[in-house]
Design a protein around this ligand. Structure first.
Ligand code: MG
Length: 197
């Protein structure tokens, strides 16, 4: 769509951020649900790590446009499939979470790439070993269609974990632990190439 000067209208970032949070809420996924998995995965390696640090990390990941776009596309697909509004044969493929349909995994994988190799390997781990909210979302065992959402939640979890792992190295080099870091402290995205929002 163009305005009178012929420029394309662009959606404001705030609107995309708001829509992302609303979509997750609508689908029954809270920031805390995701942070709980991050905490479980990272606490063995991080003295002083708290749920507050993990919540801050998830919130930071959810500010990234790359992640927001993936969530919006995937959740829309799940919701359309739930209403039976996709065309054949995609409707049947998404509705049944067809085993060889890998587009959901690829969307989740694409969103972790800016967080580096640790995020990629963590995503692979979560894809195989579904835990917490990711397990509850597994369409094959629960209600509704969450073909895309389980992978996207795994993606956000992997990104948030990777942020903490990278931060841990910085802290070690400064002779500190998470006990010395307030959860509100500026996010360490600046330490990862290309990871700025
Ligand atoms: Mg899936």
């Amino acid at each position: 769509m163009n305005d009178m000067d012929g420029r394309r209208f662009r959606v404001h970032s705030d609107e995309v951020t708001k829509a992302t949070h609303e979509a997750l809420e609508r689908r029954g996924v809270s920031v805390r649900d995701i942070a709980e998995i991050v905490y479980e995965m990272q606490v063995p390696y991080n003295d002083g790590l708290t749920m507050k640090h993990c919540i801050e990390s998830v919130e930071s990941v959810l500010k990234k446009r790359e992640v927001q776009h993936a969530l919006l596309v995937g959740i829309e697909m799940d919701e359309l499939a739930e209403k039976g509004q996709l065309s054949r044969p995609l409707q049947q493929i998404v509705d049944s979470d067809e085993g060889l349909f890998g587009v959901d995994e690829m969307l989740g994988l694409g969103a972790v790439l800016t967080y580096g190799s640790i995020a990629v390997t963590t995503f692979g781990h979560l894809d195989k070993n579904k835990v917490g909210i990711i397990n509850r979302l597994d369409t094959k065992t629960g209600e509704g269609v969450h073909t895309f959402l389980d992978d996207l939640v795994a993606s956000v979890t992997a990104c948030a974990s990777s942020r903490i792992a990278h931060r841990t190295r910085d802290l070690e080099e400064e002779g500190k632990t998470y006990e010395d870091v307030s959860p509100e402290e500026v996010a360490p995205e600046s330490h990862i190439d290309g990871a700025e929002t």
